[in-house]
Design a protein around this ligand. Sequence first.
Ligand SMILES: [Zn+2]
Ligand SMILES: [Zn+2]
Length: 410
Amino acid sequence: MFSGISTINSGFGVQNIVGGEGVQNNNNGSGTQQNNIRSPRAMDPPGRIRPIYRASSGDDRPSQREDFHIAIICALATEFDAVSLLFDRLWDEDGEVYGRAPGDTNTYTTGRIREHDVALALLPSMGTASAAGAAAGIRSSFPVLKLVLIVGVCGGVPDTGENEVLLGDVVISKTVQHSLGKQYPGTFALKDTVEDTLGRLNRDTRTLVTSFETEMGRRRLRTKAGEYLVALQMAAVSQGYRQSYQYPGVAEDKLFEPDYRHHHRTPQACGICKYESGKTCDQAVQASCADLQCDERHLLRRERLEAKRRMELTDMQRPEIHIGRIRSGDTVMKSGEHRDQIAREHNVIAFEMEGAGAWDEVPCIVVKGTCDYADSHKNNKWQPFAAATAASVAKAFLTRYPRTDRTIPS
Ligand SMILES: [Zn+2]
Ligand SMILES: [Zn+2]
């Protein structure tokens, strides 16, 4: 007889954090019975860190860190908050529960998203080095992870050749390309080939990412993400978050011509910006397009944006999902022309900062909302909404991710 056996009813009495009318928030549907068998303590290998929390009958929390198979990494507080709003239950509401391995300096929140117990980590800062350190820590504290998602915001490539990418759209990495790979004269050697990159993920994850490239897979993912996005926005309001995760509006989605620069203009032009040398002073980089009077006659017309103007808000804000190669590293795009050149050369659909660093430590999927067009005109206005769409797609992703049964001791 096992001391750790508990029978749970996941669909009953679930603390519903998200709220949201018409949104399905709990795990297995009401009334679904599930046997949940844990390894008895005697099975623990020598040296294993004993759990602080012990599951008791009727409580289906994981009993130890080894029961967590999924981690989510965020680089910004806004991203972290967005993801935490989509947890169906939180395990550490009343205090820290699971501890961490020696040497791991990450801070975690833990809980359940759909059927999965998830550890959510916030990085101390943005960038690949920080992500690498955090991922190493996660791996030591949660040694049985099967999937790591990096969820947050990125800069999008507005026209990938196949379709338009709008602000708030979400990109999922089929591959992550390290921008710090070897540079040869006139060319660039990828750190990982396409096959190598996907090959490092387990088969469940590979199959799942591939399935989202089908029309049906993407439609399902998008539909669920739209529901979760509404739930997240309502939860932020009902829980009194200061951050609004609302859609900023079609009129705020501005894409300038790639060669139209964001810089001081006459008569206030400074010595650096005045000459058409392509340089922009630091002060201008920090200034808004309104401050610099960037001329909206240089905005590009977007077909999808025009279509959105005729939609209801729910349809308007539902993110499109793009799957492809994401370029990751600490490089900041200088201009629209620079962005388009790099995107063309390396066939990438987005730029972000953390994926490659984490990837070096643990195979991961990058799920990021487009908050700007990776050019000089970018600002932070779209960050919260893009973080929310990414979190919503991440949860929709987990909805389709197969739960692995816990081992039944023999
Ligand atoms: Zn200037
Ligand atoms: Zn501008």
